[in-house]
Structure formats: structure tokens, C-alpha cells
Unconditional design. Structure first.
Lengths: 324, 324
């Protein structure tokens, strides 16, 4: 049984053994640039952890692990273009380093490349594996569309927000785990529990991300805090605040979240003051803890020895206990 | 055995039976808009013709036919965005009717939707079918990249041009035919002949398109003539002319193809005068005839009765005998 850090090393090794270059180089260089940057590579590690948990040989899932990370990086590449984000992992995004058309086309090619990897290893469950991947991929597009809709949509509810982050973030964790389990012929009941576990930690992970944007330690979190507030982004914190706020506080929040110029530092401070007055931090922490507990219940219930689940327990701890 | 027009009707019927709507509607409306517009739908008809030719049941290939057309329309959607083309099939393109981000994301979803269709019908050859589809898809991205490169690349050779149109246009015809044949368990030799037939008619089709842009009858061709010249597009006509031209003519052509303002009508006329002086029209017609003959030789050699090949003979005639 490989530990989480050994699984992470496997993923690293798999990626280092691949070449993402090709001709025309104008198409492949941005792909190589994106996939060589690394990142946390959580999804492929989860996929392999699931295969291993059910007694499968992780080598059979090797190319699916690369495929899922390739797809994830394709979504980041196109999201960065749509959001006009200048930087990713400390480097210029593809559309800025090259241009918009290069970002569109090399992203399209990466989407196809993900399928190429999935198709590399024949497996008796391949049809089901591919259907799971396809469904997950489409849901991620739906999640991204909801996220874009929310920019101009008033009265986004918490339920709508949770559904958006389920699609945009959580299903890919659930999908990676389910795919990993399919390589090991897990039974349907265990597979469903594992998928639900992935969804719950995906949701918890995103809520923690929302929280860290306001209450995170910049040095540990690796991003400047208050960015979501500056960008008028509808997060779990804002939507909970609007639910709890007095009509006066609510009006002020709406006002603050409608301006994008002026003194942004004062704006961030004032929003955080309202969050504090409403004790939003404990509300979000409670929601995260509930999701975390629900996730663990799912994982506990799976019919495999605890030892087989160890890497996923460890990963859950890492994802949900990032420093505040 | 269904005739070509019966196969075309099948394709039409298949598309009419599908719904491309979904939520969020902002994501699915542009997909429905694109796929409902029709177009010639040559690729799915070819795919079904290949299945039928080898004695297969075309219903087994129904969703692959929809999938290949969905993919083709995805490439048009993203190409129109990259080329900033305002109109397609007499209607505003997606990026103009909605916006650029909608075009990016709904295109991405269409790419995935193509896979969804391919995965709908289990088949003992599915793995090979998907690998053929994946390879073809990636080659189309490569072709599009070469096409974009050529905009700023000097000294494009005829060989480079033929390789570009092979990737951008021809492989999808070859791929559609090969996929259709796989649904009918054709033998490898026949499948290779059929694929090569598709490549040859794809190349011939594109050269005819280049020719029609200059010598086509506007009413029959459905597009304004001289567009490639106005857009400084490197076509087979231009590249052949540069090969045949005197140094003086060559210099003048280079000059004309470097300006995009000024009197475009005079420019078009002057370029056509040079083409005429060099008798480029017969040169292109010869190249098309050679490809056409090579294609027919491939089709003739396939070990099936002529009657089974009739729809493909008819389609070839239609594609290559559009009115000049």
C-alpha cells in the first residue's frame, strides 16, 4: 500500500516520463508549458488512491491519472482566458504569454489530449470509465457557465451557489475517485460512497477557499487576501452575510459589491467588518465541518480495511486543514 | 441499400430526433443554435455510407454520425471566433450573436458532447472507433494551427499547404469513413483504402474550393468571389502562381498579398489577371482531376460490390463537380 506522499511521487514520475511536445510547436508549446508547471495534482493522486484502495494495480490507471490532470489543466487554461486572469502558479497565463487564439486552440487540443490518455490503456471497464469522464467534463462546463452567470445575477441563493461549486469543483474529485475505483472493479455501492465522499470534500474545499480569501494568512495561503471582495465575487461568505444581515447591512453590502473602482482597501475592510459583526467566520467553519464529517462517514462506510483508505484520510486532512 | 439522398434524409431525421437544449440555457442555447442550422452534413452521411457499404446496420452508427457532425460544428464555432468571422450559413456566428466567452465555453461543451454521442452505443470495436476519432480530432487542431501560422509565414510551399489542408479538412472525411467501416467490421485493407479515398476527395474538395473562390459563379457557389484574395489568404492558386511566375510577377504578387487596404476590387482584378496569364486554372483543375482519379482507384479496389459503393460514387461526383 503506497502512502499519500508515495502516490504523489508516482504522479510526478508519470508526468516526468511524458513528453507533451509535438508539431506544429505553436500548438504544443503552450500545452507543455501548462502541464510542466505542476500544481498540486490532487486529482490524479486521488484517482490512484481509489484504484489502490480496492486492491487494483495503479499502473492500469496510470494514463487515466494523466488524462484527468490534463483535462483539469485545460479547464484552467480556458477559464484564465475567459476571466482574463494574468497569472497562474506564479507564471503568465497562456493567453498572456502567447495570445487569445493560441489559448483557445491549445486548450481545445488539451481537451482532446485528455481523451488520448484515457484511451491509451484498454480495460474491461473502459466504456464506463469514459462515460464517467464525459459526464464529469460536461458538468464542469455547466459549473463554469453558472459561475459566469452569477457575475451579473442578483439574488444568487446559497443553494444555487452550492450547486455551482458542486459542478465546477466537486464533481471532478468525485469523478476522479470513481474512475480510479472502476480500474479496480469496486462494487457499485462502494463506488457511490466514494463518489459522494469526493463531492463533500470538494464542496468543503471550495468553502475553505472562500474563507481563506478573507481570513487566510497570505504567506501560507499563497494568494493576496480580499481578492474575492475586490472582484465583487459572490462567495459563500457574502451570500451567508446577506441572509443574516439587517436590511441596513444588506443594502450596504449590495452597494459595496457593485463598485469596482475607488478605495478598494477601505472597501475590503468595511466588508470584513460586516462579516465579523455577523460572525460569518464560524458559520462557514460550521458548514465546512459538517461537510467534512459527512465526507468521513461516507469513507468510513466503504467495505475496505482502514489501512487501504489511509492516503484518502490523509489527503482530506491536508485539504481541509490548510492554515487559516 | 439506401441511396445517397436516403442517407442524407436519415441524417436529417437523426438530428431532428435529438434535443440539444439543457441547463444552464446560456451554455446549451448556442449549441442548439449551431446544430439546428443544418449545413451539408457530409461527414455523417459518409460515415453511414461506409457502414452500409460493408453490410453493417446503419442504426449501430447513428450516434457516431451525430457525434462526428457535432465535433465538426464545434471546430467551426471556435474557428469563427479565432478568425473573427461574422457570419456562418447566413446567420451571425456564436461569438457575435452572444459573446467571446460564450463561444469558448459552448464550443468546449460541444467537443465533449461529441464524445457523449460516440459513447452512447456500446460496440465491440468502440475502443478502435474512439481512437480513430481522437486521432482525427487532434489532427484537425494541428491543421488549424498550421493555417493560422501561414497567415504570417512567408515561403509556404505547396507541400506544406497540402499537408495543412490534409489535416484541417481531409482527415475528417477519411476518419468518418473509417469509423463507419469499423461499425461494420470491415477488414483492415478495405478500411485503409476507404480512408485514403476520403483523404483524396478531401484534398480535391479543398482545391476546388480555392478555385471556386476565384472562378466560381457567385449565385451557384453561394459566396462572393475573390474573398481569399481580399483576405491575403495563401491558397493553392497563389502558391502555384508563385512557383510559375517570372520574378517580376512574383514580386508583384507578394506586394499585392501584403496590403489589406486600398482598392480591393482593382487588387482582385490584377491578381486574377496574373493567374490567367499563368494559366493557373488548368493547373488546379489538373491537380483536382488527379486526386479525383486516385480517389476513385481506391474506391474501385475495395472488395465490395459496386452497388454497395453507389452512394459514395454519387457523393464524390457532387463534391467535385460543383458549378464553376
Amino acid at each position: 500500500m503506497l502512502s499519500l506522499s508515495e502516490l504523489n511521487n508516482k504522479v510526478k514520475e508519470y508526468f516526468e516520463a511524458e513528453s507533451f511536445t509535438g508539431t506544429p510547436h505553436q500548438l504544443y508549446e503552450p500545452i507543455d508549458y501548462t502541464l510542466a508547471q505542476g500544481g498540486k495534482r490532487i486529482r490524479p493522486a486521488m484517482l490512484l488512491a481509489a484504484t489502490q484502495m480496492f486492491g487494483g494495480d495503479i499502473e492500469t490507471a496510470r494514463y487515466a491519472a494523466i488524462g484527468i490532470e490534463t483535462f483539469h489543466n485545460f479547464t484552467l487554461l480556458h477559464d484564465d482566458l475567459m476571466d482574463k486572469s494574468p497569472m497562474r502558479r506564479g507564471k503568465p497565463t497562456v493567453y498572456r504569454k502567447w495570445d487569445e487564439n493560441t489559448a483557445i486552440l491549445s486548450g481545445d487540443a488539451m481537451n482532446i489530449l485528455a481523451w488520448r490518455y484515457f484511451l491509451r490503456t484498454p480495460h474491461h471497464n473502459l466504456h464506463r470509465i469514459l462515460r464517467t469522464f464525459e459526464k464529469t467534463s460536461m458538468e464542469i462546463c455547466e459549473g463554469q457557465q453558472y459561475d459566469m452567470n452569477f457575475e451579473t445575477q442578483n439574488n444568487v441563493t446559497i443553494d444555487e451557489y452550492m450547486e455551482m461549486i458542486r459542478l465546477k469543483t466537486a464533481v471532478m474529485l468525485g469523478g476522479a475517485l470513481k474512475i480510479g475505483a472502476l480500474y479496480a472493479d469496486a462494487n457499485d455501492n462502494d463506488m457511490e460512497l466514494l463518489y459522494d465522499f469526493g463531492i463533500k470534500i470538494g464542496l468543503a474545499f471550495q468553502l475553505r477557499d472562500d474563507l481563506l480569501d478573507v481570513y487566510g494568512d497570505t504567506a501560507t495561503f499563497g494568494k493576496q487576501t480580499g481578492t474575492d471582495i475586490r472582484d465583487n465575487k459572490k462567495t459563500y461568505l457574502l451570500l451567508s452575510s446577506i441572509n443574516k444581515a439587517s436590511s441596513q447591512q444588506k443594502e450596504r453590502l449590495m452597494q459595496l459589491f457593485s463598485v469596482s473602482d475607488g478605495d478598494q482597501t477601505a472597501k475590503v475592510k468595511e466588508v470584513i467588518d460586516i462579516y465579523n459583526a455577523l460572525d460569518i467566520r464560524s458559520e462557514v467553519e460550521n458548514a465546512i465541518n459538517n461537510l467534512h464529517n459527512e465526507a468521513l462517514t461516507k469513507l468510513n462506510t466503504i467495505s475496505q480495511p482502514d489501512n487501504n483508505k489511509a492516503p484518502l484520510y490523509e489527503l482530506t486532512q491536508q485539504l481541509l486543514n490548510r492554515q487559516i
